[in-house]
Write a protein that binds this ligand. Structure first.
Ligand code: SF4
Ligand code: FE
Length: 491
C-alpha cells in the first residue's frame, strides 16, 4: 500500500509518542507549529510517490512481496536502484529545501538486511528472518522508520562498558526468554517523532567486553519507556509568531532532530536483529554509514539547487545579475553542487551485491562523497551570502513591512518607509526581494541550516570518520606497487 501525505499525517495522531519541548510535555505534537513543518516535509515523500511524473524514482517493486512500494521502504536490488535512490533524494531536496527525514530508515533497512544474513551464517541465529518479517510489515504499512545509530557517547576516550554512566551507550540490561530490555539513548535523531517505528543499531565497532552494547532491534516509537526531547533550531520561535510567515523563508517545510531516550524498554524476540554479536557491530555501522554518506550526494544537492536558484534570484532583484563576478560565483556554486552529485552517482554505479542479495554502495567513493559534503555546502552558503548582500541578516521583520504606524513627517507609515528603502530592481516588489533573502537566511543560518550546512559537516559521521574509512579503503599498498613498477624499483 502507498499512503498519501494526508493519510500519513492522520496515522501519526494514533501514536502515543511522548515529546518534550522547552521543558514541557507537548500534548498535540502533530499540530504544534514548530514541529508541523517537519511532518509536512515527510509527507512529501508520500505525496510524490503518487505523482506519475515521479513514479519511476519514488516507487520500486519489492523483492519480498512483489508489490509496488515507496522507494524509501525498498531493499536495493541493483546499481540502478542505488542511482534512483540518489535521484529521488535530490528531487525531494529540491521540493522541500530541507531534510525530509525518511532516508535514515531506508539506509538502516539495507544495512540491517545484509548484516543479519551474515550474522546468521556465522552463528545460526534467526535475525535475518526476524528482519525480513519486519520489513514486510514496513512495506505493507508504508511506514517511515527512523534509523538510529548515534549514541551520546560520553567520554570519547572510554569504551562503552567503561563509561561512568552505562546508559551513555545503548545496551541490554536484561535478557529474558521472550526478549531483551534495553537502556540508553540516541542523540541528534533525525525524524524521530515523525516515525512510528525505530530501528536501533550500534554506534561503533565493539569489543567482547562491550557485547551487551552490540544490539540492534526494531520498536514502535511509543513503546513504554521511550520519550523524546526536541532539539531547538536557530530562529525556531519565528514559527510561533502570528503574521511572520515571510520571516520563515521556507514557507512550508523544515527538519527535526531530538534526543530519544530508552528507559528500560522491552523488545520482543521477533524484533531483535543483533544481541551480543559484537564482531558484527562494525559491519552494521560501516554499511549504514556508507549508505547514508551516499544519501548526502542526493539530498544536499537538491537543497543546494534551491539555494543556487535563490542566490540567482537575489542577484536579479538587486539588479546585479549582469556583473561578471556574480555570474562566476553562480557557476562556482553549480560546479560544487554537481561535483557532490557526481560522487553520489559514482558510489551508486560502482555498487555490488551483498551475500544477502541487496546492493551495497562502493564504500570508498561514498566516503569521498561525504567528505566533499563536509566542505562544499560551506562554500556554497558563503557564495550565496556574498551574492545576497548583508540585507539578508539586517532586514526588518514582516510586521514592519505591514505596519501602519506613522513614522514620517508626511504621514508615511513604517511599512511605506520599509518599502521605499528596501526596494531593489524593478524586476521585483520589495516583498519578493524580502522573501528570497529570508529563504537564503533560512538555508544558511536559520532552521534549514541544521539540515543543510551543519548537518553537511556532522550528519552521517563527522569528517574524521570518513578520513578513517578513506585510509582503510584507499589501498595505499597497491598504489606503491604502481609507483615502483613505473620507476623500476623491483623489491
Ligand atoms: Fe535524508 Fe539528507 Fe535528511 Fe539524511 S540529512 S535524512 S539523507 S534528507
Ligand atoms: Fe542526516
Amino acid at each position: 500500500m502507498l499512503m498519501t501525505g494526508a493519510q500519513y499525517i492522520e496515522s501519526l495522531r494514533k501514536m502515543k509518542t511522548r515529546v518534550y519541548m522547552f521543558g514541557e510535555l507537548v500534548e498535540n505534537w502533530v499540530d504544534h507549529p514548530i514541529i508541523r513543518p517537519s511532518i509536512d516535509c515527510v509527507a512529501m515523500t508520500y505525496d510524490l510517490a503518487h505523482d506519475p511524473e515521479y513514479a519511476d524514482l519514488m516507487t520500486a517493486t519489492s523483492n519480498l512481496t512483489g508489490e509496488t512500494v515507496n522507494r524509501f521502504c525498498h531493499l536495493h536490488q541493483s546499481t540502478d536502484d542505488l542511482r534512483k535512490k540518489v535521484k529521488m533524494q535530490r528531487l525531494l531536496g529540491q521540493k522541500t529545501a530541507s531534510c525530509f527525514q525518511r532516508c535514515v530508515g531506508m539506509d538502516a533497512f539495507n544495512a540491517v538486511f545484509s548484516t543479519t544474513y551474515e550474522i546468521d551464517q556465522k552463528y545460526g541465529t534467526a535475525y535475518h528472518e526476524n528482519f525480513k518479517n519486519f520489513m514486510i510489515e514496513v512495506q505493507n504499512n508504508d511506514w517511515i522508520v527512523d534509523g538510529a545509530m548515534t549514541d551520546p557517547k560520553g567520554d570519547r576516550g572510554l569504551a562503552p562498558s567503561a563509561q561512568r554512566d552505562p546508559d551513555l551507550f545503548m545496551h541490554i540490561v536484561e535478557r529474558r526468554e521472550d526478549g531483551i530490555v534495553v537502556c540508553g539513548a540516541k542523540a541528534h535523531q533525525t525524524g524521530t517523532i515523525n516515525s512510528p517505528w525505530h530501528i536501533i543499531m550500534p554506534t561503533q565497532a565493539m569489543r567482547e567486553e562491550d557485547a551487551d552494547y552490540a544490539v540492534s532491534f526494531a520498536t514502535p516509537s511509543d513503546a513504554d519507556g521511550i520519550y523524546m526531547i526536541y532539539g531547538r533550531q536557530s530562529c525556531d520561535t519565528r514559527k510561533l509568531e502570528e503574521g511572520a510567515d515571510l520571516d520563515l523563508g521556507n514557507q512550508k517545510f523544515g527538519g527535526q532532530e531530538a534526543l530519544v531516550v530508552f528507559d528500560h524498554v522491552f523488545i520482543p524476540n521477533k524484533y531483535i536483529f543483533m544481541a551480543g554479536e559484537f564482531d558484527f557491530a562494525g559491519m552494521m555501522v560501516e554499511r549504514f554509514a556508507g549508505y547514508h554518506r551516499q544519501s548526502y550526494g542526493g539530498c544536499k544537492v537538491g537543497v543546494g539547487d534551491v539555494l543556487i536558484g535563490a542566490a540567482a534570484l537575489a542577484a536579479e532583484y538587486n539588479g546585479a545579475q549582469k556583473a561578471s563576478h556574480i555570474k562566476d560565483k553562480l557557476i562556482e556554486m553549480i560546479h560544487l553542487n554537481e561535483t557532490l552529485y557526481c560522487c553520489g552517482i559514482a558510489c551508486s554505479a560502482e555498487g555490488y551485491p551483498t551475500a544477502a542479495g541487496n546492493y551495497q554502495i562502493d564504500l570508498l567513493l561514498a566516503n569521498v562523497c561525504k567528505q566533499n559534503v563536509t566542505r562544499f555546502p560551506y562554500d556554497i552558503t558563503r557564495l550565496a551570502e556574498d551574492i545576497a548582500g548583508g540585507l539578508m541578516v539586517t532586514m526588518p521583520s514582516q510586521a514592519d513591512f505591514k505596519s501602519d504606524v506613522v513614522c514620517g513627517k508626511n504621514g508615511e507609515t513604517v511599512a511605506e518607509i520599509c518599502d521605499k528603502f528596501f526596494s531593489g530592481s524593478p524586476a521585483c516588489t520589495t516583498e519578493e526581494r524580502m522573501r528570497v533573502l529570508r529563504l537564503i537566511e533560512n538555508m544558511c543560518l536559520g532552521s534549514a541550516a541544521v539540515g543543510y550546512r551543519t548537518e553537511s559537516l556532522h550528519g552521517a559521521g563527522s569528517p574524521q570518520a570518513q578520513r578513517i574509512m578513506i585510509q582503510r579503503q584507499g589501498n595505499l599498498a597497491a598504489k606503491k606497487e604502481l609507483a615502483k613498477a613505473i620507476c623500476g624499483i623491483t623489491k
